[in-house]
Design a binder for this molecule. Structure first.
Ligand SMILES: *[C@@H]1O[C@H](CO)[C@@H](O)[C@H](O)[C@H]1NC(C)=O
Ligand SMILES: *[C@@H]1O[C@H](CO)[C@@H](O)[C@H](O)[C@H]1NC(C)=O
Ligand SMILES: *[C@@H]1O[C@H](CO)[C@@H](O)[C@H](O)[C@H]1NC(C)=O
Ligand SMILES: *[C@@H]1O[C@H](CO)[C@@H](O)[C@H](O)[C@H]1NC(C)=O
Ligand SMILES: *[C@@H]1O[C@H](CO)[C@@H](O)[C@H](O)[C@H]1NC(C)=O
Ligand SMILES: *[C@@H]1O[C@H](CO)[C@@H](O)[C@H](O)[C@H]1NC(C)=O
Ligand SMILES: *[C@@H]1O[C@H](CO)[C@@H](O)[C@H](O)[C@H]1NC(C)=O
Ligand SMILES: *[C@@H]1O[C@H](CO)[C@@H](O)[C@H](O)[C@H]1NC(C)=O
Ligand SMILES: *[C@@H]1O[C@H](CO)[C@@H](O)[C@H](O)[C@H]1NC(C)=O
Ligand SMILES: *[C@@H]1O[C@H](CO)[C@@H](O)[C@H](O)[C@H]1NC(C)=O
Length: 838
């Protein structure tokens, strides 16, 4: 061994020691040169110089360590890049963190901390949270941290909000562009005045509002909640108002970003595939944009690209002309000559709203709802009130003065708002709601009788032909009304948002379609569903199509029908069946779809020979595809579509056995899915219907999640859910699997025909668990579809323990419905019933 090797070895050792020493720490006299990096102890984050996008300028930033593409979460010198590679990050003599460069004698960026005593030193350390902290060496006091100066990314354990004492405001600002991290137009911050809320601002103007913090949650961002991925902490006290979130499993990577396009995006890291996936984003729908319908206007739950503004009770359009031209931004004003002060006025309850902007609201947490009403009534300037904290047994009082700004309706979320109206309006709403109540009561008694009769009839029939064809399984149709106060202006619906006529939907001639389907011959019939029969057809150019001939009970006009089809036809996703056009002739309404030769999932799953074609991999792909399609309907499309009749026969398979959801939006097309206040047609299939939907007619995205859970369990077991809310769990697929699962024997029920096609029992049992999470009794407990997609896609994600599924607990059903259920569940035919929607 010669001296050269020895010195080389020593050099290498020194280098190694140096590296180990300074991996995550910048020592008092240390530097980070361009090209060096600090790496946090757990190798999660790295800090160093980088060039964003196509820019050649150099910035100091923090990014995730070891990912194929660099994702920057923080930038120091956002506005002062270094021109060349001469930049150096250092701690200067005063213990200040600075960036120096060759051509400049003073720092181009500084953390601006000083007042360092001469015998103390400061050290900077990059933590595994992504935080760069500057500490006194001796006292270990943190004098500066990057988390206090966020750029565009909100990381777990970071704070957004306001320190009321120091005035320090933690907020995010977007980059200017992908190439330029300088502050852009959009910021995401807490607005502490009135009752605190989160806002995305565009320049200085509100762009999107997260909503008031009701029940510890930012109300307008219902997806940003405590689930099993993250936990939120909201503080609102004398010293600070802030929002923080943590991840329950620390190895899950997640971040929120204010993108330069103005969207607040939520990303999750997928280990599998090594990439970030966008988990959620806001604003999502037209109605989410701030004050879309102006002061006192209410943006609809049907957030299509159609005009959807109404006025809150007691208000009318300020400028009916603009309103007519589909410009709602002018908002609404009080009706003329109303007297709102001590002359018999009162409050009208508006359900499921995003509460108005609370910047000018007053809050008193010690009042009950009743006291709140009295307080508001007494004060003639109080325009509306709402509960501020539902979790305290309806305690806490929010009162609004002046205009009510930025409300929107939800079909399944939101809070109740009580709006002040004069005596005349009050009488009108009272009358209407009592009329509706009477109608509903009458309808229920009549229908209960009918149902009983029909049910017994069917039961008898059934005894004769027990296992007959199950294709068109008992859809339950119900019609209800509920109170409304907003009338839509006529004649607007056939204009698009620019006021032009819409012409983009192919209209087929009835003659053509009739010819294509051999005059709807039974030989061409593919199946029957809740809304009518489906036929196979061949149009002129040889293209095969599927034609759905809708039953005639749609109460909708032709124009409305066309508009709805037009909207639905715009939804495009690889897991949704494509709508090619429609056809209207007098009473006949037809929908023309792409034709899928492999028919529906049930024709495979429940067929003794064809089921073996579906090995575990295919089944998983089908389950995953359906979940993605449903997620698209729920949150990614411009319309929020609740399918309401998801089942195996509504999942079609293409040539490659990829799933496509069909019949989505059909309730809407048939005029059954308007915002509260119109006739509702509730459709579903027992066995797939969530209890709250089957019994109370309340549908939501969570009732779809329930149906998905049933479908998932069917896919795994290859057995039908009997559709019986029966007390004996053994007669019932979910109950049966649940019992086995509790005993740890759930693999026994997995479809035998896919034996050996799964190598990973754990994966199968995970899917069963996900199925159970979806069929939990309370809608609130069920995950959203985006969570389901995440759980399916991440084999490592820790799953919560499901609570007992819906069916077993008898207390959730009242006697009448129970007997109805018992009868209906075993019936093959079609049953009509009427139940109250809410
Ligand atoms: C840093 O450098 C200064 C001046 O070169 C020196 O006085 C001081 O002792 C050094 N500090 C440490 C911790 O090495
Ligand atoms: C960088 O430049 C390439 C080629 O000009 C372009 O395709 C790409 O979109 C650019 N990337 C960014 C982030 O601007
Ligand atoms: C960086 O380069 C630009 C143009 O190339 C020049 O105007 C600017 O003065 C340079 N800045 C520094 C700090 O050298
Ligand atoms: C430090 O102070 C300077 C001058 O007041 C200011 O321009 C700069 O933005 C400050 N830097 C930071 C990181 O706050
Ligand atoms: C407010 O909350 C913060 C965080 O929980 C806490 O540190 C602080 O002491 C609280 N202030 C008051 C006045 O309660
Ligand atoms: C979130 O939960 C984890 C684990 O339960 C806990 O360690 C962490 O402190 C929580 N974070 C917040 C912000 O509550
Ligand atoms: C409002 O009241 C005034 C005076 O009572 C009356 O002249 C006017 O016609 C009323 N306007 C409407 C729209 O009723
Ligand atoms: C809240 O209401 C109670 C009862 O009316 C009153 O005594 C209290 O002063 C109010 N608090 C605030 C902060 O207004
Ligand atoms: C709402 O009430 C719950 C239960 O008492 C309480 O823990 C929570 O802090 C309250 N939320 C707000 C925002 O006051
Ligand atoms: C957290 O997730 C990782 C992978 O994402 C997994 O390996 C680990 O077991 C989970 N931790 C806990 C406590 O469940």
């Amino acid at each position: 061994m010669n001296t050269r090797t020895v010195s080389l070895l020593i050099l290498v050792l020194c280098l190694l020691l140096h590296l180990i020493d300074s991996l995550d720490t910048l020592a008092p006299n240390g530097t980070v040169k361009d090209g060096d990096v600090l790496i946090s102890q757990g190798r999660r984050f790295a800090l160093g110089f980088f060039s964003p996008g196509n820019s050649s300028l150099r910035y100091v930033g923090i990014w995730y360590y070891g990912q194929p593409e660099r994702t920057v979460v923080w930038v120091a010198n956002r506005e002062n890049p270094v021109n060349d590679t001469s930049g150096v990050l250092a701690i200067d003599r005063h213990g200040n963190l600075v960036i120096n460069e060759k051509s400049s004698s003073f720092p181009i960026w500084s953390a601006n901390v000083s007042s360092m005593s001469s015998n103390d030193y400061a050290t900077a350390q990059l933590l595994d949270t992504g935080n760069l902290v500057l500490k006194h060496d001796l006292s270990e006091v943190v004098i500066w941290q990057s988390f206090d100066y966020p750029t565009d990314t909100f990381l777990p354990s970071m704070k957004l909000g306001l320190d009321r004492r120091t005035g320090l405001n933690w907020f995010l600002t977007s980059w200017k562009s992908e190439d330029d991290p300088a502050p852009g137009s959009f910021s995401y911050r807490f607005e502490p005045t009135g009752y605190p809320q989160l806002f995305v601002y565009k320049d200085r103007a509100p762009y999107w509002r997260g909503g008031a913090i009701i029940e510890q949650l930012p109300g307008g961002a219902p997806e940003m909640t405590n689930d099993f991925i993250s936990n939120l902490t909201i503080v609102n006290n004398a010293t600070e108002v802030s929002l923080m979130y943590g991840v329950i499993n620390a190895s899950v990577l997640t971040r929120y970003v204010v993108h330069e396009s103005g969207f607040l995006k939520h990303f999750m890291w997928q280990d599998e595939g090594q990439r970030w996936t966008e988990f959620n984003y806001h604003p999502k729908e037209l109605c989410d944009y701030y004050s879309k319908c102006g002061p006192n206007g209410n943006c609809g739950a049907n957030t299509a690209d159609q005009f959807d503004c109404t006025c809150l009770p007691g208000f009318e359009p300020k400028s009916p002309g603009d309103w007519y031209l589909r410009d709602g931004t002018g908002g609404c004003k009080r009706r003329q000559n109303v007297s709102l002060c001590r002359s018999g006025e009162g409050f009208v309850k508006v359900k499921r709203l995003k509460l108005p902007d609370t910047s000018t609201a007053h809050v008193n947490m010690s009042l009950s709802l009743k006291e709140c009403e009295q307080e508001c009534l007494r004060d003639c300037n109080c325009m509306a009130y709402a509960i501020a904290n539902k979790s305290m047994g309806e305690h806490g009082c929010l009162k609004w003065y002046g205009d009510l700004v930025d409300t929107r309706a939800y079909s399944d979320l939101g809070e109740d708002l009580y709006v002040r109206v004069d005596a005349i309006d009050l009488a009108r709403y009272r009358k209407r709601s009592s009329l509706v109540k009477k109608a509903v009561v009458a309808a229920i008694s009549v229908s209960a009788l009918l149902l009983l009769l029909l049910g017994s009839l069917m039961y008898c029939l059934l005894l004769k032909r027990k296992r007959a064809d199950r294709r068109g399984r008992n859809p339950l149709v119900s019609v209800t009304t509920s109170s409304t106060y907003c009338d839509e202006l006529p004649g607007l619906k056939d204009l698009d948002s620019n006021g032009r006529r819409k012409t983009d939907l192919p209209l087929f001639h009835f003659g053509t379609v009739a010819a294509a389907t051999n005059n709807f011959s039974s030989a061409n019939e593919l199946g029957q569903g809740g809304f009518g029969s489906v036929y196979k057809g061949v149009v002129d150019n040889g293209t095969e199509v599927a034609v759905k001939r809708l039953s005639k009970y749609s109460g909708q006009g032709n124009e409305e029908f066309k508009n709805e089809v037009r909207l639905i036809a715009k939804l495009q996703h690889r897991n949704l069946v494509k709508i090619l056009g429609c056809c209207i002739q007098e009473d006949e309404k037809l929908l023309i779809y792409e034709y899928l030769p492999n028919k529906s999932l049930d024709s495979f799953l429940f067929d003794d020979t064809k089921r073996s074609l579906l090995d575990w991999g295919k089944r998983f792909d089908i389950a995953y595809g359906v979940a993605r399609g449903l997620m698209y309907l729920h949150q990614d499309s411009t319309l929020r579509i609740i399918h309401r009749d998801l089942k195996a026969s509504n999942v079609l398979l293409d040539v490659a056995l990829k799933p496509k959801i069909s019949d989505f939006g059909i309730a809407r097309i048939c005029g059954g899915d308007q915002i509260e206040g119109k006739t509702k047609r509730v459709v579903g299939t027992y066995g797939y219907m969530a209890p709250e939907y089957a019994i109370q007619g309340r549908f939501s995205i969570k009732s779809d999640v329930y149906s998905y859970g049933v479908l998932l369990l069917e896919i795994i077991t290859g057995q039908r859910n009997s559709g019986c809310y029966h007390l004996n769990p053994c007669c019932h697929l979910i109950g049966h699997v649940w019992q086995l699962w509790k005993e740890g024997k759930c693999m026994e029920i997995v479809d035998k025909s896919m034996d050996k096609t799964y190598s990973d029992e754990e994966m199968v049992s995970r899917c069963i668990q996900i199925g159970f999470l979806c069929v939990q009794r309370y809608a609130l407990d069920r995950p959203t579809m985006s969570t389901v997609v995440f759980m399916l896609g991440n084999a490592d994600a820790v799953l919560p323990t499901p609570k007992q599924p819906a069916f077993i607990d008898e207390s959730s059903f009242n006697g009448d419905i129970q007997s109805t259920c018992n009868l209906t569940c075993s019936v093959n035919g079609v049953t009509n019933t009427v139940v109250e929607a809410r």
